[in-house]
Design a protein around this ligand. Structure first.
Ligand SMILES: [Zn+2]
Ligand SMILES: [Zn+2]
Length: 468
């Protein structure tokens, strides 16, 4: 074999080895890819996310119409564009809300026509795009002929379009319920933060969106959830805590209200919902939201708080104790980015334990402790930031002692009695808000009185339990 032939031979051998190796590598890569695809499609999510596989991140408050931050646009966002916009925060679900209210979103008719109870055709195994509606009439701000003080409702799971109207929210809840849909109050962040009494957090003036009927329709079990949106705020939590303290269990939700949020990406505020069997469908997702199986984030899809009580109970679950006793609490703060913050445990509205912690993508922070419940109550975890308040917050886990109902605060029950007294006074003839109930005063005030009686009864029950 000549030197040239030897070289040629060696080159060919090397090439063959390389070819074999390349083939092997290709096989390995294809198998790896298939494994990943199989894993991801089973969970309906892609790999880069801080939450466990049975939790699904979504934005239940998105608008694609022309208004707010899109006032100068000429076209509604298409389903394809919305699907693309979900990728920024790797969302599994979005609820695209048509304007079932005053029609401030242009071409609302076209938007309403998209509601059919089905996932939009662009949806994939990983991402659900689903049309639903927001019902809203502002008393101030964007005003039209019809005005409303009750608050904006997010209606999820509608089967068909509609533009029902009443001067109070209850008939709208009923309209949604008849279709098998759920509904809740948006914009909890616009409520005043009760810090300096008086007026101690009871709205005395009107704005575009504050949900003035949230205590009424939560107490009368119409509202399935309370939502913070746009940029969120801790006053939403205060409202949530007070409602939990009086024994009601609405889900806690968060969404962007895109494009009314300075056009920040979808999912900048988001809701994680746990679906116990890990199979994502829109119905399962909103059902979990109504059942309180949620964690909300104001830090997009970057972090998650995993709360477990007595090892297995998670947000929305209930633990029953015979006699008062301790519960074991474990919180894991997982983050896709390095961060420093504080994990806090909230029991019946008060922070009872906390730990400052640092996280990195592969190193979550774990906080474990024991809490004692002397009477029925609830607990939740939150991750706080020194400047901006809560970044993530879990839904509550309920702890029932000796079968007694949760009456954790007489003061909070009394707060709602005062709230409704103010509503009744302001909306009665001669009151400052009387015009808003010009047609439906009787129906609305009947609801107010019914709810007031419930809070009054619960105040007395809380005192009997020895609650503050
Ligand atoms: Zn709204
Ligand atoms: Zn909205």
């Amino acid at each position: 074999m000549s030197r040239g032939a030897q070289i040629a031979n060696r080159v060919e051998t090397t090439m063959n080895i390389l070819r074999i190796t390349r083939q092997k590598w290709l096989t390995v890569l294809i198998l790896l890819g298939l494994t990943l695809v199989a894993r991801n499609s089973a969970y309906g999510q892609s790999a880069e996310r801080p939450e466990p596989s049975d939790w699904f991140a979504g934005d239940p408050h998105v608008h694609g119409g022309i208004g707010c931050g899109r006032s100068n646009e000429t076209e509604m966002l298409s389903p394809e564009q919305l699907l693309e916009m979900m990728k920024v925060n790797n969302l599994a679900v979005i609820s695209v809300l048509a304007d079932a209210g005053n029609g401030e979103i242009k071409y609302a008719d076209q938007d309403l026509g998209m509601i059919n109870g089905q996932d939009n055709a662009v949806s994939t195994t990983q991402r659900i795009v689903h049309w639903d509606a927001e019902w809203h009439y502002d008393p101030q701000g964007v005003t039209f002929e019809r005005k409303m003080i009750g608050g904006h409702l997010v209606l999820l799971g509608l089967k068909q379009r509609g533009q029902p109207f009443a001067q109070y929210t209850h008939p709208i809840f009923e309209w949604a319920k008849k279709q098998g849909a759920i509904a809740g109050f948006a914009h909890l962040q616009y409520l005043p933060f009760a810090f300096y009494p008086p007026p101690d957090g009871i709205p005395q003036s009107l704005d575009c969106c504050a949900p003035l009927e949230y205590p009424v329709e939560t107490a009368l079990e119409s509202a399935s959830f309370l939502m913070e949106d746009v940029h969120g705020s801790d006053s939403a939590l205060q409202a949530y805590y007070r409602i939990l303290n009086t024994g009601f269990r609405p889900g806690l939700a968060a969404g962007t209200d895109y494009s009314c949020n300075d056009n920040e990406p979808l999912g900048t505020l988001l809701t994680y919902v746990r679906i116990p069997d890990g199979r994502l469908t829109y119905d399962q997702w909103i059902d979990g939201l109504a059942k309180g199986r949620t964690v909300v984030s104001r830090n997009a899809h970057n972090e998650f708080l995993d709360l477990k009580v007595n090892e297995t109970a998670q947000p929305g679950d209930e633990i029953r104790l015979q006699g008062h006793g301790p519960v074991q609490v474990r919180v894991e703060w997982r983050s896709l980015r390095g961060d420093l913050g504080r994990i806090e445990l909230v029991q019946d509205g008060s922070v009872v334990a906390s730990q400052t912690a640092e996280v990195a993508p592969d190193s979550p922070a774990v906080f474990e402790t024991t809490l004692t419940f002397h009477r029925s109550g609830w607990l939740a975890a939150r991750r706080m930031d020194w400047q901006t308040g809560h970044r993530t917050h879990t839904g509550a886990v309920f702890v029932i002692v000796n079968g007694a109902p949760i009456r954790a605060s007489a003061a909070d029950a009394h707060f709602f009695v005062n709230w409704i007294d103010n509503l009744l006074k302001q909306t009665s003839a001669g009151g400052e808000w009387a015009e808003f109930l010009s047609k439906d005063r009787q129906g609305a005030q009947e609801r107010y009185r019914k709810a007031r009686a419930i809070f009054l009864r619960r105040e007395a029950e809380a005192r009997r339990q020895g609650a503050p």
